[in-house]
Design a protein around this ligand. Structure first.
Ligand code: CP
Length: 294
């Protein structure tokens, strides 16, 4: 079974192949057409971008899409995650896209599952499709990943995006630093640096959402103070290199991670990331179909 659970499931060559294929699709190449295949999107945690861009991508591949609604399902009768997923496989869903609030849920809950899984985000663990669309967006702009200076800014500790992007960008030769309050540092990844010391050197300023739903008592000063100390203010934006790009996986807390007027500023690629995400998810689905001989 070939899954996409974490970025380490992909070699560097496979990552670049996915980026090239997603860029081809964006340029107008025709995706494979497989109306005989069934795919189910099982989202146990809220989503706008990931869920619906997978859904659009699936329709563009001609797949038959079964959207699973956890709120009206037998999850509410106590059905386990394994039993829900294996039920979808048993009734004929050949690929499962899963988002779940538990980190690494697949290690414990999905052993023995008979359909391949694409991880749509697991707690504070990993978010491989977001990472791949971010890499695509950076590569599209710079033509390379190696040697770029990247700051990942904000709530590092709770961010699956930070984890996937840090490990993968570093593996592919980028220089990644972290910015944010100590309370959001992840010592397993690295120390925080001062935003104002690095802003002028960055190629990529990757902002993260404050993950209020995962804070569980973490003490955070008020949002205005956070924005002044760790947000992308107009003053910091003006100090970026002309070619630097501003990224954010979204949803955005406007006025916290980024000044609201900067969300669609000239150097922001935030909505371009969302556009690219749909093409990257087509490429990921093609990869999973081919790798599993479906
Ligand atoms: N970036 C991202 O994963 O957004 P959603 O939570 O809306 O899917």
């Amino acid at each position: 079974m070939i899954n996409l659970l974490r970025m380490s499931d992909l070699t560097a060559d496979q990552i670049y192949q996915l980026i090239e294929r997603a860029l081809e699709l964006k340029a107008g190449a025709q995706p494979i057409q497989r109306p005989d295949l069934f795919v189910s999107n099982l989202f146990f945690e809220n989503s706008t971008r990931t869920k619906h861009s997978f859904e659009v991508a699936e329709h563009k591949l001609g797949l038959t899409v079964i959207n699973f609604d956890a709120d009206t399902s037998s999850v509410n009768k106590g059905e386990s995650l394994y039993d829900t997923c294996q039920t979808m496989a048993a009734i004929g869903c050949q690929i499962l896209v899963i988002r779940h609030p538990q980190e690494d849920y697949y290690e414990r809950e999905l052993v023995g599952l008979t359909a391949p899984v694409i991880n749509g985000g697991d707690g504070s663990g990993e978010h491989p499709s977001q990472c791949l669309l971010d890499l695509m967006t950076i590569y599209e702009r710079f033509g390379r990943l190696e040697g770029l200076k990247v700051a990942i800014v904000g709530d590092i500790k709770h961010s699956r995006v930070a984890r996937s992007n840090y490990h993968t960008l570093t593996r592919l030769g980028a220089d990644v630093v972290f910015v944010g309050p100590e309370v959001f540092a992840d010592p397993t990844l690295g120390d925080m640096v001062d935003f104002d010391q690095v802003i002028q050197d960055l190629d990529v300023c990757m902002l993260l959402r404050l993950q209020h739903e995962r804070h569980f008592g973490t003490k955070l000063s008020d949002v205005t103070s956070y924005h002044q100390a760790y947000g992308l203010t107009q003053d910091r934006y003006d100090r970026l290199k002309d070619q630097a790009i501003v990224m954010h996986p979204a949803p955005v807390n406007r006025g916290a991670e980024i000044a609201t007027d900067l969300v669609e500023a000239d150097q922001s690629v935030i909505f371009e990331q969302m556009t690219n995400g749909m093409f990257m998810r087509q490429a990921i689905l093609e990869h999973i179909i081919a790798a599993n001989g479906l």
